[in-house]
Design a protein around this ligand. Structure first.
Ligand code: GLN
Length: 264
């Protein structure tokens, strides 16, 4: 079997380790003898290349880079990306990427950046004097059917351990939150929501170590992508996760949340 991972604007949108998400998907496929090609989707890419990928990964970006991306992501390219996500192509979109998939992002300085309007949410930076939302982020995935599917893969409550660093605050309208914040800021530090979930697209403020720290999400993305591509039920072989378990337990303990370190 074979999968292609489309990586949105790797040179402009890959802050705070978001590249780790691509590497994690690639390795967890290769360890199962699934061939992988990583396809950069950037300013030189035509829309038909976007149409061919099986998983899409989009990272974070600073405000200036977000503007450059949105100037490029228009017309056929934007339409193709929207159609892919609407049809259920799985993906993980971090920080600046979900801001761009929403209606708009208002930066601290300068003009509002119009988004693709695919996710029913808006994002606003409250100004250069406002503190950034930085730190460890722990949340429980509550969006369905994702939460139940992750529980089946992982055998436990899908608790995500991540790290956030954003100035913008995101407010959801008619799109479900990805999860509820247990520690950290999440979407806006006010309403306890984190991220958004749309068809099979995961939007989150948790940066690039997201998949290595929470490999059940990587496995879900791989499984959905293979099922879409090969139109058959897929059961992935188990991988050795003991180092991940130990790392997760240590992190939860450090954050004073040791009671959550159940089996994972
Ligand atoms: N420009 C956005 C913000 O500060 C996104 C930053 C990021 O992707 N880390 O909110």
């Amino acid at each position: 079997m074979e999968l292609s991972i489309g990586w949105l604007y790797p040179n402009l949108m890959s802050t705070y380790g978001d590249r780790g998400n691509v590497i994690c998907l690639q390795k967890r496929c290769e360890w199962r003898d699934i061939q992988v090609v990583v396809v950069p989707l950037d300013r030189t890419t035509e829309a038909d290349k976007i149409a061919q990928v099986d998983i899409i990964v989009g990272g974070g970006a600073q405000d200036r880079q977000q503007e450059i991306v949105m100037r490029d992501l228009k017309g056929a390219k934007a339409d193709t990306l929207k159609a892919k996500l609407e049809e259920g192509t799985p993906g993980v979109f971090t920080c600046g990427s979900p801001q761009l998939l929403g209606h708009y992002y208002e930066p601290a300085l300068g003009q509002r950046i119009e988004g693709l309007g695919l996710l029913d949410l808006v994002s606003k930076h409250p100004g250069i004097d406002a503190p950034r939302c930085i730190g460890n982020l722990v949340f429980e995935i509550t969006a369905e059917p994702l939460a139940s599917e992750l529980r089946a893969i992982w055998g436990d409550t899908p608790i995500v351990i991540g790290f956030e660093n954003h100035g913008g605050r995101t407010y959801l309208n008619q799109v479900p939150a990805l999860g509820k914040v247990l520690q950290g800021y999440g979407n806006n530090g006010e309403d306890g929501t984190e991220g958004a979930f749309f068809h099979n697209a995961i939007a989150t403020y948790s940066h690039g170590p997201l998949l290595p720290k929470n490999p059940f999400i990587a496995d879900w993305l791989i499984k959905v992508a293979l099922q879409n591509k090969y139109q058959t039920a897929i059961s992935l072989s188990k991988l050795e996760n003991s180092i991940v378990y130990e790392g997760r337990k240590a992190m939860l303990h450090k954050l004073g949340m040791g009671n959550l370190a159940i089996t994972v």
